[in-house]
Design a protein around this ligand. Structure first.
Ligand SMILES: [Zn+2]
Length: 143
């Protein structure tokens, strides 16, 4: 795990959910989540694996603002409700997806692939948007 916040590079990392806790409540079904990570398998009632990579200031600041903007857009879509997103809303979702991909990579919920590189971390922090050329598409998080 990093010694300083992966975004601001200065704060001390604290525990942060790789996948936001609210997602667990939105996903359909009653079955526990199945995790398979580097040969280790387990079941959990929530998808909230934590990673120690983001400082309290980033987590409670700009990342909280991003989560607050993204949740009402994504929650109905996760529940299967048909959604139409404006360009601004698509931008918010792409930014949230980039941030979440980074957190899942750090939590090893996906194979390390450097799909979110160090310059992309910096760009996301400095500009609050994915770096130019970032492709946001479906990525298998759970195997
Ligand atoms: Zn930070």
């Amino acid at each position: 795990m990093p010694r300083t916040c992966v975004f601001c590079q200065s704060g001390k990392p604290t525990r942060e959910h790789a996948l936001p806790a609210w997602i667990s409540a939105e996903l359909p079904g009653e079955e526990p989540f199945r995790f398979d990570q580097q040969g280790k398998q387990w079941l959990s009632r929530d998808a909230g694996k934590v990673v120690k990579a983001v400082c309290r200031s980033c987590n409670g600041g700009w990342l909280s603002v991003l989560e607050t903007k993204a949740k009402p857009l994504l929650a109905p879509a996760i529940r299967g409700e048909t959604q139409t997103f404006s360009v601004t809303e698509q931008h918010t979702i792409a930014t949230w997806a980039t941030k979440t991909a980074l957190m899942c990579e750090l939590a090893r919920l996906v194979a390390p692939a450097d799909f979110v590189s160090r310059p992309q971390h910096q760009h996301l922090f400095q500009h609050r948007q994915p770096a130019p050329g970032t492709h946001v598409g479906p990525v298998p998080i759970f195997v």
